[in-house]
Design a binder for this molecule. Sequence first.
Ligand code: NAG
Length: 220
Amino acid sequence: MVIGLLAITAIPTVTGVAMGVSEQRKANERKNDERRMAKFNIDVAPPPYEEPDDEVQGLRVVLRNSKVYLDDPIPSKRKVPAHTAAAFYIEYPEPDHLKDLKRGYGLATTISDNPPMLGWIYADKDTHEVKYGNRTMSCEHVVGPWDWDEEETTVTLEENCQFVAVQEDDGAWALYFDRDGDELEGVLEEQGKLDNDFQPLRLKRNLIEQQVQKMKNDNS
Ligand SMILES: *[C@@H]1O[C@H](CO)[C@@H](O)[C@H](O)[C@H]1NC(C)=O
């Protein structure tokens, strides 16, 4: 009788604990996903121990014509109209023929507000230009893993935080990924752009929710 009672009461306790753990894990995963999916603008910062460069300091990642550029955070101050990237991390949906790659987090971004549309930010595997597009356009290129570093502030791709701004002939600053760690010497030579002005930099997450909060605080 005593044993029977113990046995009966023991069952719900054990499953209760087990459920508690898995519920907790699910809650943690949800929280992680929420943090990963928090939208941010991407702003320029100088590499560590370097002075900020006047020309690219304060610029923000913007999108136009399938390419990623750096321009003024205020849209009306841009010489060429562009969409401000609002990005977040989410598992890159590998197409069937690349399923085995499992490249982890992609960097999704709004590519237009009206209509609201999303795309993927990626580095061109040949030119190392940073571009954006749909899955078909991006999947053959460097689509991830994107991540964060330094207390979730610095954006990394393939565990590398080195990006470079390269000035194009019209003065626009195009964004490149320094995949080979040579400050783009190899790829720029191939593209005949060795004489273009360039600026190594880091990309920083600037959470949109925090910007909104700050604006509210400043106005009150
Ligand atoms: C992906 O983008 C390309 C180029 O913009 C376009 O031609 C193609 O139709 C798009 N594919 C899908 C599935 O939307």
